[in-house]
Ligand binder design. Structure first.
Ligand code: SAH
Length: 283
């Protein structure tokens, strides 16, 4: 048994870099199993830290490319014998948000990561690209994404218009527009060192070759949903109108879709948003 706890304590973790190391060997094994990593796979790990997940990745993958911002963590990685004996780790000292994934290697990649939570949404946006970016090069490079995120964020990623509370929103639509998303398992806060305040969950995002909807204008769709979720307490109609859509057109479109005038954005399915966007475009 690896003493992850002891090793994590030995390293002084930095809060400002979102360093919460995964110290539960069972969860690490689950990540490897669900990612179905084989000797054909090039895996990109975001934020490897001192390498607790990396140690397993190098065993199963052809190659692992680890992108880490913290120099001290990189020093630990570089002298990690468990990793070095496989000779297939490339470390890149950079901010993931500034790293172009498309030029890292020739092969398609799998992303596997217990990420720094303070930049969860930016990381997802970086990996998947904008909704109307049909040829995003990062996304085109990726087959599969397995991410550890806060449990609450995982519920937002997989939400539907039928979900309770305020889970369904822009992150939901961005995630599901370009990936098929699933929660694999929840992970208790004590599986990390230092333990964060909230539980986590492992999510799988399988990148789609085609967007979820076929539309005539993707930029207009993006504008429609951004407007629809711009003010949480307002109705869909008021949100759209205060973002420059004409009241008359919005009322007409809602009527045509058989939707109540006072409906809120979070009650529309992604498909209904697509139809709404197309109707508003015609006017
Ligand atoms: N995956 C490791 C560490 C998780 S903590 C484990 O589970 O043990 C998150 C890691 O992301 C830290 O090592 C932190 O230094 C790194 N990190 C934080 N911001 C980053 C950024 N912008 N780009 C790349 N890595 C970053």
């Amino acid at each position: 048994m690896v003493d992850y706890y002891g090793r994590a304590k030995f390293f002084r973790t930095k809060k400002r870099l979102g360093q919460n190391f995964l110290i539960n060997g069972e969860v690490i094994q689950d990540i490897i199993d669900y990612a179905k990593i084989t000797k054909d796979d090039v895996v990109v790990e975001i934020g490897p830290g001192v390498g607790f997940v990396t140690e397993q990745l190098v065993k199963y993958a052809k190659k692992v490319i680890a992108i880490e911002l913290d120099e001290e963590a990189i020093k630990e990685l570089e002298c990690n014998q468990e990793i070095n004996k496989y000779g297939n780790l490339e470390i890149i000292h950079n901010d993931i948000l500034k790293t172009d994934l498309s030029t890292l290697c020739d092969e398609q990649i799998k992303i596997v990561a217990n990420i720094p939570y303070y930049i969860t949404s930016p990381i997802i946006a970086h990996l998947l690209g904008e909704i109307d970016d049909l040829t995003n090069e990062n996304r085109n490079k990726i087959i599969d994404i397995i991410l550890m995120v806060q449990e609450e964020v995982a519920h937002r990623i997989v939400a539907t218009e039928k979900s309770s509370g305020k889970q369904y929103g822009l992150l939901t639509i961005l995630s599901q527009f370009w990936a098929n998303c699933e929660i694999i398992r929840t992970v208790g806060r004590k599986s990390f060192y230092p333990a964060p305040k909230v539980n986590s969950a492992l999510v799988s995002m399988k990148v789609r070759k085609e967007p979820k909807l076929k539309l005539t204008d993707y930029t207009h769709f993006r504008k429609t949903i951004k407007s629809a979720f711009s003010q949480r307490r307002k109705t869909l109609k008021n949100c759209l109108v205060s973002n420059g859509f004409s009241k008359e057109n919005v009322e007409k479109a809602l009527k045509e879709l058989n939707l109540d005038e006072n409906i809120r954005g979070e009650k529309l399915s992604i498909e209904q948003f697509g139809e709404l966007s197309e109707l508003l475009l015609k006017d």
